[in-house]
Design a protein around this ligand. Structure first.
Ligand SMILES: O=P(O)(O)O[C@H]1O[C@H](CO)[C@@H](O)[C@H]1O
Ligand SMILES: O=c1cc[nH]c(=O)[nH]1
Length: 290
């Protein structure tokens, strides 16, 4: 059955609504970054750039890196943007835009986030790399999908009990990464653990400037939580949404984050630009084995 024009929105040139892309514009290996200016910091290493297309905060560059076709897409900040990016990337490969119907043969994308993040644990220091074995969604976005078969309720209910999670907030949802991507990208340079995906940068990550927050002890409780050896190691704003939608749509996803802040020690990286550059070259070196 054809998907209605109000649901799958295509621009007059046939490109998908927000990303402004047509199917031929994307590779099946995709690096997601938050910051649109980070796209060229990655593609400057490419042999050639085939397409460079931007609409709003969504900038895409596709090209060849040592002969491998890769797309780099910026998502902007937050899970609401991830809802747009993941649905539209999936539509580009798995929906026929002519007939507006789902293709019989589905394509699996490899999706790797290269982001920045704040650590919650002293053992995951500033200037190191966090690899998200799981994403813990605090944003509530995933509750709008049928996520039940992909979440880990035992972890979630232990977490809710330990943190005395306020019922007015969305229930946390724990989602796994792609274990094959984790195997490829983990090394002695990465610390693996649970990444908490917040719905904001300030209050939702326990930062206080002028506004007081509902639970000033929440970060300490997240910090001390341990479920069968699994700890929440860092805070950022996209990973769990990427993991949740990738699990639902059948894509492989992994999130790597440069630790620019340590919330446990109060430190901030003296050179975040250099750190993210290091994570970019680390990721590109390993992506060739995909
Ligand atoms: O550096 P990026 O990839 O944007 O990631 C982090 O930085 C932003 C907040 O400053 C959020 O998007 C957070 O997830
Ligand atoms: O503390 C931090 C640092 C980067 N990004 C976040 O979302 N939080």
């Amino acid at each position: 059955m054809a998907i209605k024009e109000s649901e799958l929105i295509l621009n007059p040139d046939g490109s998908v609504y927000h990303l402004n892309l047509k199917p031929e514009h994307i590779a099946h290996t995709i690096i997601l970054v938050g910051d649109q200016d980070r796209v060229s910091k990655i593609t400057k290493y490419f042999d050639s750039v085939e397409y460079s297309i931007q609409k709003r905060e969504f900038k895409t560059e596709t090209g060849l890196y040592k002969g491998k076709r890769i797309s780099v897409v910026s998502t902007g900040i937050g899970c609401d943007n991830i809802d747009i990016v993941l649905n539209e990337l999936d539509a580009l490969v798995n929906i026929d835009f002519e007939t507006r119907s789902i293709k019989k043969e589905l394509t699996t994308l490899n999706i790797i986030r290269v982001g920045t993040s704040g650590s919650l644990q002293k053992e995951v220091p500033v200037d190191s790399f966090a690899l998200s074995s799981y994403g813990l969604d605090f944003s509530g976005m995933l509750h709008f999908y049928n996520i039940e078969n992909h979440r880990n309720k035992a972890f979630e209910s232990a977490f809710v009990t330990h943190t005395q999670w306020n019922a007015n907030k969305a229930l946390p949802v724990l989602i796994h990464n792609s274990k094959s991507l984790e195997a490829l990208f983990s090394s002695e340079e990465t610390s693996a653990g649970v990444t908490a995906t917040a719905s904001g940068f300030y209050g939702p990550q326990g930062r206080v400037l002028r506004l007081s927050i509902e639970d000033k002890d929440l970060n300490d409780k997240i910090h001390s939580f341990n479920f069968e050896g699994l700890k929440v190691i860092n805070f950022e704003m996209e990973t769990a949404a990427i993991y949740g939608l990738s699990a639902l749509l059948g894509h492989n996803a992994l999130s790597l984050n440069a630790i620019i802040a340590n919330r446990a020690t109060g430190e901030f990286s003296t050179d975040p630009g250099k750190l993210i550059e290091r994570l970019i070259t680390y990721t590109l070196n390993r992506i060739l084995d995909l």
